[in-house]
Design a protein around this ligand. Structure first.
Ligand SMILES: [Zn+2]
Ligand SMILES: [Zn+2]
Length: 164
């Protein structure tokens, strides 16, 4: 999915925050590290479902363990909030020297991810007390083999985890 999809869903999900008078922006950033947010930034990590396509052999495969990391910060004086997202990649197990491919998320799954993220923003940046929202992912009817740790960027860094 393209950046535009993420950005427009993000705008939709953050509309409710307009009441606070802050404007929030969204960007991808492949330099952020899990469990190590920059000072004064909050972090939210989730495993999600996505598909990959090998750019060499065109094989596609699903994975329920695609790590997505969000760093977020509200600059109260500037009235601006920033979210940075990193989606961990996987590579093809059939091709020699296959490059790491970007995950492709379905719109529904992007929606759920960003909804959960905005929930975190409300709790952390606005001190809202939210009840548990248990809307889950929908990896229904997807059969996949064992997680291919040798081909998962997050596993290679020892930071992979299952969806919640
Ligand atoms: Zn391949
Ligand atoms: Zn992994």
């Amino acid at each position: 999915m393209s950046f535009q999809d993420w950005e427009s869903i993000f705008e939709e999900k953050t509309e409710d925050l307009y009441g606070y008078g802050d404007s929030w922006s969204f960007e991808f950033d492949d330099t952020i590290e899990p469990d190590n947010p920059a000072q004064n930034w909050y972090q939210y990590i989730r495993g999600a479902f996505a598909r990959f396509t090998c750019s060499k052999c065109k094989r596609t495969w699903p994975s329920k363990r695609v790590l997505v990391v969000f760093d977020f910060q509200l600059q109260e004086r500037a009235k601006t909030g920033t979210v940075k997202a990193r989606r961990f990649r996987q590579n093809c197990k059939r091709c020699q020297g296959a490059k790491m491919e970007e995950p492709q998320f379905e719109l529904d799954n992007i929606e759920v991810l960003l909804e959960k993220l905005v929930g975190r923003i409300r709790m952390r940046c606005y001190r809202e007390d939210l009840g548990e929202n248990n809307r889950g992912f929908r990896p229904v009817g997807i059969s996949e083999g064992p997680h291919e740790s040798a081909h998962c960027e997050a596993c290679l860094r020892g930071i992979c985890r299952k969806s919640e």
